[in-house]
Structure formats: C-alpha cells, structure tokens
Design a protein around this ligand. Structure first.
Ligand code: NAD
Length: 467
C-alpha cells in the first residue's frame, strides 16, 4: 500500500476564522474557514482513495498501528494545543491523546475475518464483512481528539475513508491530529475539514457519504438525521445525556465524595456522561451537599496550562451564558448555592464550581442537560421515587448507583433506563465495550466490535457443496 504525504486538511480557501483561548477569552490562532462547495472535491477524493484502502486488511492494520505510533510521538505538540483551544487541564489533554493512541491500536487489531453461518443445511454460508465507502465524522468541542478517534479508528479499520469535521471552537488539535495521521496513510484516506455551518449540514447531506457518524447535542443530531435522509446514508448518533447518580441509604458519603464530585466536574462538567443530577436519601441529603460543596470550594480552578489546575474554564462564551442562565433560573426557583453560583472575578469563561441544594425537580438544571460545573442534589423518600425521577426524562445515556451493599445496588442499577450503568463510580469506559444511548441519547452503537460493525456491511455468500 503506498504511503505518500497527505495534508489532512485542504488548503486553497481564502478565509480563516479565529480560535479563542477560553482561559483568556482572547483569540490566539486561526483555522481555515472552508466552504461547503469544497466538499464535492473532498468527498470525490475520499471515494477514489477508498478503492485502494479497502483492498488489503493487513496493510490497513499496519498503517493504523503506524498512525498510533505517530500520534504518540506527537503528544508534546497535541496536548498543549488541545488545552489552549478547549480549556481542560494539561494532564486531561495528555490522557485524551493517550486514549486516541489506544483506540487506533485497538481497532487496528480487531478481527474482521469471515463469519460462518451454521443452520444445519447442506450449504456453506458465510458473512464477509465489507466497508461502506466515505464516512463523515462530525464531532463536538468537549473531547475533540478522543471523539474523533472513536469515529475514525473503527471507520478506517473497517476499510472506509473518512472526512472529519471538528467543532469550529476546537479545530486546531484535530487539524494537527489529521496531519499526523494522514502523513502515514495513503492520500485522501483521512481529510479534516474546518469551518462554520452549513459545512457540517452539507457534509451530512452529501450524496457521496455512506455513513454519517455524529456526536453532539440532541437538536443537532435530529438535523443530521434529516440531512442524511436525503442519501439514506447510515447514521450513528451519540447525543446528550442527563445522567443521574442515585445514592442508597447505606452509602459512605465521605468515602465516595471525591469520586462522585469528579464524575460530575471533570472537564468542567462538559462530559456527555457526567453525573448531572444526584439523588440522595432525604436523611443524608445535607451531608451529601456539604461533602460536595467542600470539594467544590477547594478545587483548584485556573487555566489548563497552569500546573496544579484541576478545573479549567468552560469552552466557549455561549456555553458560559447557558450555565449562567440555568443557575440563575434555579436560584430564582428557590435553590440554594451551597458552593459557587457565580462567575469568579477573572477574564475567560470561568464559572465557580457550583453545588445546588433545595432545587425544585422541575427546574431546567434538573430536567435538561446543563453541560457545565453545576450540580443539583435532590432528596428522595423511597428508592422507587429516585428510580422514577432518574428515568423520567427523554435522556438515556448513563446512570449510577452508589452503596455499600453491592447486590442491592445492582438490583437498583438494573432498573435504570440507559445504555451504561455504573456502581460506585461513573463514566469509565473500556475500549472493548459497546457504548449506546437510548431514547433521545443516541442511535446506533459505538465501541468494541460493535463500533467496527457499525462501519461495515454484511456480504453473505452461500455455496452448495455439490455441483
Ligand atoms: P453541537 O451539536 O452543537 O455540535 C456538534 C458538531 O456538529 C459540531 O462539529 C458542530 O459544528 C456540528 N454541527 C452543528 N450544526 C450542524 C448541522 N446542522 N449539521 C451537521 N453538523 C452540525 O454540540 P456541541 O455543543 O459541540 O457539543 C455538546 C453536546 O455534545 C452535548 O449535548 C453533549 O452531551 C454531546 N456529547 C455527546 C456525547 C456522546 O457520546 N453521547 C459525547 C460528547 C458530547
């Protein structure tokens, strides 16, 4: 398989757009503002490259392992750039790069061999998995590299080519990732495009795209599904969540408080499967509020590049405004801020980590996805009531149960309507597991062998053994 230098992002446009450092609120760099008209050429080239890329699984696997090595070697450039445009602490950016490397290696080595079908008939039947064609991968700004790799690793391993579009808030680390990977792959197997809407909408609607794999908000997910309906391309949607953590009566509050706090506040709460609501037995509620408020008040908030920072800023001004709005609304609804509740007196998109008590269950901070450093803690009287509240939204991404009695916790966990449930922790994923939201949280399955099959089609061959 030839490996010629490819740029990973197209030049040749006139415009560029500013990229802002959320720790200062100031622009620090620019990215190409590519226009939808450029997509015809990009997709045409991705289609042409597909012929060679799909032909040789062993060469593909070797190329993806080389891509993983190249990304690992580029960590010192990728991680600080990611922190600069996204805001997260540098250690979290380094983990994101490490996860990207691990994902490329995992999918490079997954078996794609033929699968026999045995049904007792004198016919030899087998499924030979085939690739789909050019894949559009559209990702948000909260985990730009990790989510890009969650899409490109299985899509490329399956033999598809990929056009990757990052969020305009975080185009730079993804462009660098694209350049590093494209350097060791044949031309046009992976192309990164950057720009503003309607670039994503036009990519999702492009007739040459055979699979649209999207991560982002529920309203945009709906728009993507509508766009892809034009060509009837396959659609995989990983959408928003409003995960509940249910604490049971026997929980040791002090023992779990750190884990619970960081399950809600990592990446400044901008995690699809963060804990976004806590339900505590009424008897324990004030202790839970106090324990979480203590952690919120002592967490080190600052620029992601400062050593020692535990919590960075929100990624962008619109997200900060959303968090200010939903916190102000909760306080107006009668909630009490046991910690935070306001912006600190500093430039950038910072918001003080906030723990809310006495929140009416109908307040939007409970019923909607806040996606920021604000956590409501709600009391319950019976476990049935807590389970009903946890299940009582349109979301269905994840959930967790926290208790000393693990059997009892499992029984409650089993009743949660979501794709993944954790006991005594939250939001940890294995590369080998399926990841799928239910209800409005998603369509299709990512992760593990299921993520690979999401990028393949079955081609069935029946052969009679007698002529
Ligand atoms: P978003 O939906 O606004 O944008 C996501 C991506 O879609 C961006 O690249 C954006 O430019 C692009 N886009 C915007 N309009 C489009 C259109 N009409 N057609 C095609 N593409 C379009 O989401 P966001 O604000 O960037 O990210 C936050 C959301 O992502 C949250 O709701 C969060 O829960 C969700 N998320 C989900 C998962 C998951 O795995 N379930 C993971 C991370 C984030």
């Amino acid at each position: 398989m030839p490996t010629r230098r490819s740029r990973g992002a197209l030049p040749g446009h006139d415009g560029r757009f500013a990229v802002v450092d959320p720790a200062t609120g100031e622009a620090f760099d620019e990215a190409p503002d590519q226009q939808p008209a450029e997509l015809d050429t990009v997709v045409e080239r991705a289609h042409a490259a597909w012929r060679g890329w799909r032909a040789d699984p062993a060469a593909r696997s070797a190329a993806l392992l080389a891509a993983a090595d190249a990304v690992e070697a580029a960590e010192a450039g990728l991680a600080p750039l990611l922190t600069r445009e996204q805001g997260k602490p540098l250690a979290e950016s380094s983990s994101e790069v490490a996860r990207t490397v691990a994902r490329l290696r995992y999918f490079a080595e997954l078996d794609q061999g033929p699968q026999p079908i045995r049904d007792g008939r004198p016919v030899r039947s087998e499924i030979r998995w085939r690739s789909l064609g050019p894949v559009a991968a559209i990702v948000p700004w909260n985990f730009p590299l990790q989510l890009a790799s969650a899409k490109i690793a299985p899509a490329l391993a399956a033999g598809n080519t990929v056009v990757l579009k990052p969020s305009p808030y975080t185009p730079l680390a993804t462009r660098l990732l694209g350049a590093v990977i494209a350097d060791v792959l044949p031309d046009d197997v992976l192309t990164v495009v950057t720009g503003h809407e309607p670039l994503g909408a036009r990519l999702a609607a492009h007739p040459g795209i055979r699979h649209v794999t999207f991560t982002g908000s529920i309203p945009t997910g709906r728009a993507v599904a509508r766009s892809a309906a034009a060509s009837l391309a396959r659609v995989t949607l990983e959408l928003g969540g409003n995960d509940a953590a249910i604490l049971l009566e026997d929980v040791d509050v002090e023992r779990i408080a750190d884990r619970l706090f960081w399950a809600a506040f990592r990446n400044c709460g901008q995690v699809c499967m963060a804990v976004k609501r806590v339900y505590a037995p009424a008897r324990l509620c004030s202790r839970v509020v106090e324990a979480l408020a203590h952690r919120a008040k002592t967490a080190v908030v600052g620029a992601g590049l400062d050593p020692g920072t535990q919590l960075g800023p929100l990624n962008n001004a619109a997200q900060l405004a959303r968090i200010e709005r939903c916190t102000a609304r909760a306080l107006a609804d009668g909630a009490r801020a046991a910690a935070g509740g306001h912006r600190p007196d500093s430039p950038g998109y910072f918001f003080s980590p906030t723990i809310l008590a006495d929140v009416p269950p109908v307040s939007p901070v409970v019923t909607e996805e806040q996606f920021g450093p604000v956590l409501p803690v709600l009391p319950y009287d019976s476990v049935d009531e807590a389970v009903d509240a946890a299940n009582g939204t349109g979301f269905g991404l994840g959930g967790s149960v926290w208790a000393a009695d693990l059997e009892r916790a499992e029984a409650v966990a089993d009743r949660l309507e979501c794709g993944t449930v954790w006991i005594n922790h939250h939001a940890e994923l294995s590369l080998a597991q399926p990841f799928a939201g239910i209800k409005e949280s998603g369509v299709g399955v990512a992760g593990g062998p299921w993520g690979l099959s999401g990028n393949l089609r079955p081609f069935v061959v029946h052969r009679r053994e007698e002529t």
